[in-house]
Each structure stands twice: as structure tokens, then as C-alpha cells.
Design a protein around this ligand. Structure first.
Ligand SMILES: Nc1ncnc2c1ncn2[C@@H]1O[C@H](COP(=O)(O)OP(=O)(O)OP(=O)(O)O)[C@@H](O)[C@H]1O
Ligand SMILES: [Mg+2]
Length: 229
């Protein structure tokens, strides 16, 4: 991936008379191959930041630059193509298609990107996330942790350069969370997958090269040591 720059982002949600300022002047530069953990209290603006980084939501003010060009200036279709090819997102809440099997869910983004004959690759991805025997299960037949791992396989389907993950280990037991983190950190170190994870888990945060903390819609950064979350 090329350098991702967030410059002085503001996000204001308006619901009737109520305005919530979720981000107020958030800036961050992400270099290719970095692993960044984003921490902060509930409601601090972590998911808001991640959605903007992934081009899924537009900031109220500020700029998102990829290799220096502003994604707000792309057309909707350019942004969609860019997102499909370059970015994988694991959402905080379940985003699997309920009537498709695990394998079909993983194949969906591949097909949307115009790829054919992708069933084997989908199975390989499910194997990588430890779900080789669940390929034909629909989401309703899977546990919360298994669904989350399918969602990771979906996010990795087009082998993105940037993976954004919102609380991906929250629903997993320690052993499975470790396994998923091993997979992701392996992709980060071997394939230079740029990794940005929102987490409340100090062990996960401690694995990152950089820790970005959101407080009052602004970002502060620490490197290396674990801070209290
Ligand atoms: N669609 C929306 N409309 C109105 N307000 C919103 C919307 N989405 C988020 N908010 C508000 O913006 C603030 C930041 O929300 P956000 O989801 O980014 O927090 P978060 O840090 O991800 O929290 P959590 O750890 O609970 O997931 C919160 O006060 C939330 O209530
Ligand atoms: Mg959130």
C-alpha cells in the first residue's frame, strides 16, 4: 500500500438537534507495512476513524490522502474499485451474508472484483483462519468466534494491502485470538500487509509497532510500551 495520511479530520454526527463530535482534528500518517493498534474508551471515535480510513464514510472536514491524492476527490465508483482491490475491513458487528455458506461469503468479494474460479482460494483462506471444516456452514450454524474468523477470511479475500479490523479478537477465546493474531502478524511481516486494529486487548496492542490512543476525538501516540486502556 502507499502512504495513508489523515489530516485534521473532523466527524460530526447530527441526529435531530443532537450533534456528536466524534473526531476533532485527528491526524495520522500510516506507512506501508506498519502495524498500528488503536485504543480508546467506548464512544471515543475508534470505529468512526476506521470507517473513514477505509473510505466507507466521509469526514465532515479534513482530508484522507492515499499517496498524496485525496480520496474525497475520487468518484464513488473509483473509490469502490480502490476499496475492493486494496482494503479489507473486518467490522465490529457481523457483516456476513446469512444465506450464503462460509465459502460463498469469502468468494463474494472475489467475484465482485471480477475473479473467476475462486472456490479453491476461498477454501485456502478458510483453512488459514482455522475453519477448514466449516466451509459449507452458513453463519447461523457457526459460533461467534467462527463467524469472526470467516469475516477475517472475507476481508483477506482479495489479498488487500491494508487490513482494517475493529475489535476482531473481542469475541475470541485467548487461544483462538492468539492464532488469529499470529496469522495477521505473519501476513504483516512476510507480505507487508499494513495492519490497523482497534482493540481493548493490551496483549494485542503490545504486538503493534505503534499505539494510537483516541481521547476526546484527538489522537495521541505511544510506541513500544503498553499504556493503560
Ligand atoms: N451513525 C451515528 N450517528 C450518530 N452518532 C454516532 C453514529 N456513529 C457513532 N456515533 C457517536 O459517535 C461517537 C463515536 O462513536 P464510535 O462508534 O466511533 O466509537 P467507538 O470508539 O468505536 O466505541 P466502541 O468502543 O463502543 O465501539 C459516539 O458518541 C457515538 O454515539
Ligand atoms: Mg467501535
Amino acid at each position: 500500500m502507499d502512504t495513508l495520511q489523515l489530516q485534521d479530520l473532523y466527524k460530526i454526527y447530527k441526529e435531530g438537534d443532537i450533534e456528536t463530535v466524534a473526531l476533532r482534528g485527528a491526524s495520522l500518517t500510516v506507512q506501508s507495512g506498519e502495524f498500528i493498534a488503536i485504543t480508546g474508551r467506548s464512544g471515543a471515535g475508534k470505529s468512526t476513524l476506521l470507517n473513514i480510513m477505509g473510505g466507507l464514510s466521509i469526514p465532515s472536514a479534513g482530508r484522507v490522502l492515499i499517496s498524496g491524492s485525496d480520496i474525497a476527490k475520487m468518484s464513488e465508483s473509483e473509490r469502490t474499485v480502490f476499496r475492493r482491490r486494496q482494503i479489507g475491513v473486518v467490522f465490529q458487528t457481523d457483516n456476513l451474508v446469512p444465506f450464503l455458506t462460509a465459502q460463498e461469503n469469502v468468494m463474494l468479494p472475489m467475484q465482485l472484483a471480477g475473479r473467476k474460479n475462486c472456490s479453491q482460494e476461498a477454501r485456502t483462506l478458510l483453512f488459514e483462519v482455522g475453519l477448514k471444516n466449516r466451509a459449507n456452514h452458513k453463519p447461523g450454524m457457526l459460533s461467534g468466534g467462527e463467524r469472526q474468523r470467516v469475516a477475517i477470511a472475507v476481508a483477506l479475500a482479495n489479498r488487500p494491502n491494508l487490513l482494517l479490523a475493529d475489535e476482531l479478537t473481542g469475541e475470541l477465546d485467548t487461544a483462538t485470538a492468539d492464532q488469529v493474531m499470529e496469522l495477521l502478524t505473519g501476513l504483516n511481516s512476510e507480505h507487508k500487509l499494513t495492519l490497523i486494529v482497534v482493540t481493548h486487548n493490551k496483549t494485542v496492542a503490545a504486538r503493534a509497532n505503534r499505539q494510537v490512543h483516541i481521547i476526546d476525538g484527538q489522537l495521541t501516540e505511544t510506541t513500544g510500551t503498553v499504556r493503560s486502556i
